[in-house]
Design a protein around this ligand. Sequence first.
Ligand SMILES: *Cc1c(COP(=O)(O)O)cnc(C)c1O
Length: 378
Amino acid sequence: MRLDTLAIHAGQRPDVATGAVTTPVYQTATYVQAAPGEHKGWAYSRGENPTRDALQENLAALEGVPYGLTFSSGCAAAATIMHSFEVGDHIICGDDGYGGTYRLFVEVFTRSGLTFSFVDLTAEGALEAAIRPETKAVWLETPTNPMLKVTDLAAVAEISKAKGLLTICDNTFMTPVFQRPFEFGFDVVVHSTTKYLNGHSDVIGGFVCTPDEERFERLRRLQISIGATQGPWDSWLILRGIKTLPIRMRVHDSNGRAMASFLNEHKSVEKVIYPGLASHPQHKIAARQMSGFGGMISVVVKGGLEGSTKFIKALKVFALAESLGGVESLVQHPALMTQASVAPERRAKLGIEDGLVRLSVGIEDIDDLKEDLDQALA
Ligand SMILES: *Cc1c(COP(=O)(O)O)cnc(C)c1O
């Protein structure tokens, strides 16, 4: 089956007991057993729950692999993966990732004996130069957050494979609709389902998938032990959101493209960063490995901190909020919000300047969005 069909049907079958077309919310902690240890495959909901199972199967099918696990958040998914490493292991990460992932690695897992190098994976030779004898994995996001740098997935997979490194891609920004890391040789894909996958800004969730059964069993055991699972009600909401994922992504993409070219021509804008623009430094790689450019745009408006703050306050349709990927358009100020936990020197090095504003372009009418930006820029 193709993606649009999988989004609606994968992992979901009419309820055996009632014939309900929609997967029920199995709001239960436990399951009756016929005799000690004799059950129908569900024993306790930290380990397994039919609503969560349906979501896991659905999401794994969208990424094109057999095994997936959902978590109570994207950060919980990342933490569980990190728990699969050993004291002394070294992990190479992209240098411009989600602020919360950076904080998790540096503040939590460094204390547990892991070491991290944050490098610009778009720079020629940077990955090879960062590899040490104790390096075990490469963790990246592409496009990055908030600078939207695009990393060549096939190249990273090839270099990593030759060195025996595990490759992990956070595919939150693109979703399997526009980017398929496993097809480029990646080993693990992770998501914050909070964003595009759920798409309605009403749930926090995470997801990990892999084609490797042994790795999956290891992660599943860790998940059961740690307990960062997704509840049945949230699983159900995400399942419902996913049914419209492909159709939503197409509108995010067309609105994103239209908005990027509109901003690119605007006199109050200093710079537009969008992988779909020919001016983007990795536009060619983006066009090769992504089938859409999505709805995330970073913009440097004129006037620095004052200019960007005034602009944000004047917006009416775009809501000022953290997060992204919902049907509604959001705006945020990386230096003051999502990347505030990153030290100022590090932010400067990454190019996160005070005039930088990140837009998550929703699926509203493009003319209303353009008019909103136009009046706020004025
Ligand atoms: C939001 C986000 C995360 C963290 O996910 P939560 O669901 O908020 O815990 C990780 N990676 C990316 C790219 C994100 O946007």
